[in-house]
Design a protein around this ligand. Structure first.
Ligand code: NQM
Length: 350
């Protein structure tokens, strides 16, 4: 039998996956990809011979190390393992997994905890930007128990506050990568945006959808995935991301008017399966796009002009609250509440 590799399995927000110290996995990129695909049991849509949960949201990896930067305690690299193909991509960041990076860093001794609350300063390698996370640490130990509730996760848990800096244009160079509030691709009006997650906003009604359909219902509509993918490939070029065929960005967000007091309602292709909720940074990007009066959200988005503003992005299983702070031109801070939980600490065998 091969040797086991130390690994913690954690839920971060509405995602879950493997958390490794960088030093415990192969450093060569190809070797690392092979190793992680084997950990998850890919390529195989069911991931039956591995730990993955047969969905992109449960086939995620966080690689954490001590940071050499003055402004950060740890570096976080996010890797997405696609269940069916086994491809491993570093093209995107993941704000849900990020929620668990902070407690993981404390649990593994990379960061010392205070009595009460501890702030972990994280450099996010994928998007070359930073976030400060506040973790509950009574008596200097991480607790996962608490009263915070996030939609898409049953029960309540300890709050983890996330403050992101420098997310506007992190991967595309500008909050509106083409400089336009509207672009037209394949005859469809879109808004291209990057507030930490390159995203394409589309009106659900342009695809004969209400926008309130269940993710499975949307995935089953004949021809829809192909239309969305055709727009995605062109949007990737326009956003300066190059050929995105094998990348997990940009995300494709179908929007419709909010029904529950939120700013907008969403159904997001990530980019091929439809999210059961919404990605954290995807929601941050969607909310930011809504602030532009001529975006595709015109006539749908409901917000007032306070700064920082707090808005709810509606999704299939509830809503996600995003706080945006502006400097007049762009977003300078994005705040989000998440929770996380340690599920397993041990060794994984490939
Ligand atoms: O947008 C899913 C998730 C994500 C990404 C995805 C995320 C984010 O919900 O910050 O968290 O879009 O692939 O975990």
């Amino acid at each position: 039998m091969s040797d086991g590799v130390r690994c913690m399995w954690m839920r971060g927000g509405t995602s879950k996956g493997a958390f490794f110290l960088e030093s415990s996995i192969p450093s060569d990129k190809d070797e690392r990809a092979k190793f992680l695909a084997a950990v998850m049991g890919s390529p195989d849509a069911r991931q039956i011979d591995g730990m993955g949960g047969a969905h992109p949201l449960t086939s995620k990896v966080a690689v954490v190390s001590t940071s050499e930067r003055d402004d950060s305690d740890v570096d976080y690299l996010f890797l997405q393992v696609q269940p069916d193909t086994g491809s491993v991509s570093d093209s995107q960041n993941c704000g849900n997994m990020l929620a668990a990076v902070a407690p993981f860093a404390i649990e593994r001794g990379l960061v010392n905890a205070e009595d009460g609350e501890s702030t972990v300063r994280i450099y996010m390698v994928n998007s070359d930007s930073r976030a400060d996370l506040v973790v509950q640490t009574p008596g200097g130990r991480v607790t996962y128990k608490g009263d915070a509730r996030i939609d898409g996760v049953p029960g309540t848990h300890a709050p983890i506050m996330q403050n992101y800096f420098g997310t506007a244009g992190a991967q595309c160079g500008a909050l509106l990568p083409t400089g336009n509030q509207i672009d037209v691709i394949d005859g469809v009006e879109v808004t291209l945006v990057d507030n930490g997650m390159p995203s394409v906003m589309l009106r659900a009604s342009d695809f004969d959808l209400t926008g309130y359909e269940d993710p499975k219902e949307i995935e089953a509509i004949a021809g829809l995935k192909d239309r969305i993918e055709s727009i995605r490939l062109k949007a990737g070029e326009l956003m300066g991301l190059g050929d995105v065929t094998d990348q997990t960005i940009p995300k494709m967000c179908l929007i419709s008017p909010p029904r529950d007091g939120g700013i907008i309602n969403t159904r997001t292709f990530i980019p091929h399966r439809v999210h059961e909720a919404v990605g954290v940074l995807a929601a941050a990007s969607d909310a930011a796009a809504c602030m532009f009066p001529e975006s595709v959200a015109k006539g749908m988005a409901q917000f007032d002009e306070v700064n920082p503003c707090r808005v709810d992005v509606e999704h299939p299983t509830g809503s996600l609250t995003v706080e945006l702070e502006w400097d007049g031109e762009t977003v300078v801070r994005t705040g989000l509440l998440r929770t996380a939980r340690k599920l397993m600490d041990g060794e994984v065998f490939v």
